[in-house]
Design a protein. Sequence first.
Length: 159
Amino acid sequence: MAATNLAASITFRLPVYTQNRHKAAISISCAATNSSATTTKPEIELEFLGIKRDENGKYQVDKAKAGSGEKLLRNIMSENKIELYGAYGKVMNCGGGGSCGTCIVEIIDGNDLLNERTNTEIRYLKKKPESWRLACQTIVGNKENSGKVVVQRLPQWKK
């Protein structure tokens, strides 16, 4: 989206009298600029690490971007065709209601760019590490922050 710079200008011509009582005119100009049109929305960069390492010991990395505070992690992954569910989760997921636990991910970096754990997550993940989140309950960003979040998709057996 290209930013546009909007400006408005108003000029007034006012009569004034000089010391010799001659009539003259002066001009006063005012200009306003819409500075919000030139600012960009905060954006979150996301990296999704695959479940298995390749022959070099590295994870496959999928990347995506999202407006800060606009979407759930689950929706970002779905829209970018990034695999979230294992075989069981593909069949048995709750559709984003937070009741099945098949969308658990681990936040490797950038946890501070996500919303706090919801009550659903607190209840479901109470014995799990703080870095584990339900993708269907995790909002990426808060509309003001920007940065990078690294997400590890968890194999079904690890849950």
